[in-house]
Design a protein around this ligand. Sequence first.
Ligand code: XIL
Length: 329
Amino acid sequence: SEPRLKEMFADDFLIGAAVNPRTIETQEELLAYHFNSITAENEMKFVSVHPAEDTYTFEDADRLAAFARKHGMKMRGHTLVWHNQTTDWLFEDKNGGLVDKATLYERLKSHTDTVVKRYKDDIYAWDVVNEVIADEGAELLRPSKWLDIAGPDFISKAFEYAHEADPSALLFYNDYNESHPNKRDKIYTLVKSLLDQGTPVHGVGLQAHWNLYDPDLDDIRAAIEKYASLGLQLQLTELDVSMFRFDDRRKDLTEAPEELLEAQAKRYEAMFGILKEYRDYITSVTFWGAADDYTWLDNFPVRGRKNWPFLFDERHQPKPAFHRLVERA
Ligand code: XIL
C-alpha cells in the first residue's frame, strides 16, 4: 500500500485538503489516509453561515468540523472578511443604502464572535482577511464595500475581533497571486503595517493557485523569503496546479495527456523541494481539494472545462506527481 502524504511530510508541515459536504463522503477514505488537516471550501464563508442578520446556518459547517474530529484532523477556518460570498445585508441599512462604519463594525464583531467561538475547539487557524490587496497597479487595496464604508482599518479591526473571540487561534492574512512581484510587495507592505500597529496577525496564507507554467520557481522562493522576513509563519492554503495557463481558454481536452501529467510531476517535485527547504517557516500545505474527480477549477476560470490539478486522479489513484514526491521524499 502507498505511503501516506501526511507521514512523508510529518517533519515538515501539515498536509491539508479543502472539503465540502459531498467530498467528505465521496473521498473519505483518501482524505483519512493522506491528510491531517481540512478547510471548509465554502461552508464557513459569510454567505453560508450568516445569510440574514438574525439567521445563522451552521449545519454544513458543523458536519465538516465533525469530520475533522472523527479523523483526528486539524481544521483551518475560511474566511471572515472577504469581498466575495458575503451577503448584501451586511453592508445595507433598512432603506438599502450603505450602513455607517459603526454599524458595520458591530455586525462584523458579532459575526466574528459567533463563528469563531463556535469552532474554537475545532479550528486552530483562521483566514481572517482574504484577498484585500489589489491585483494590478500601485493601488494597495482592492475596491470593496468594506473599504467604501470603513476605510482601510476594517482590516485591523477584523483581526482584533477574531483575537478577542479566540485568543489562542492563529490569525492569517490570505491572498492569491501571492508570488507575483508587484502583489507580493503589496501584501508584505500591508502585513508589515498591521504588525507595526500591533495588530494580532500571526501568519501569511499563500493561496498558491498555481499552474504548470506560473509562477516562476524563483518568484515562489522570493515570496516565501519576503513573507518569512516578517517573522510570521506561512501556510499554503489553497494549492492546486492547473494544467492550463490562466489566460488559456481552450476546452479541447477530455483526458489528461501523458506529457502534461509528466510536466505536472516535475512541477510538484520542484515546488515541494522548495517548500521543504523552507519548512522552518511553512507550517501547513493545504490543497484546494484532494483528487481530480472534484476541483473548483472545472468551473474556473473557464466554466465546464475539466482540469486535473491534484496528486490523485479521478479514481483516487496516485498520479505521476504523487509517485515523484514519494521518490524524492
Ligand atoms: C472557491 C470555491 O472553491 C468555489 O466552490 C466557489 O464557487 C468560489 O470560491 N480563493 C478563495 C476560495 O479564497 O475561497 C475560493 O474558493 C477560491 C479562490
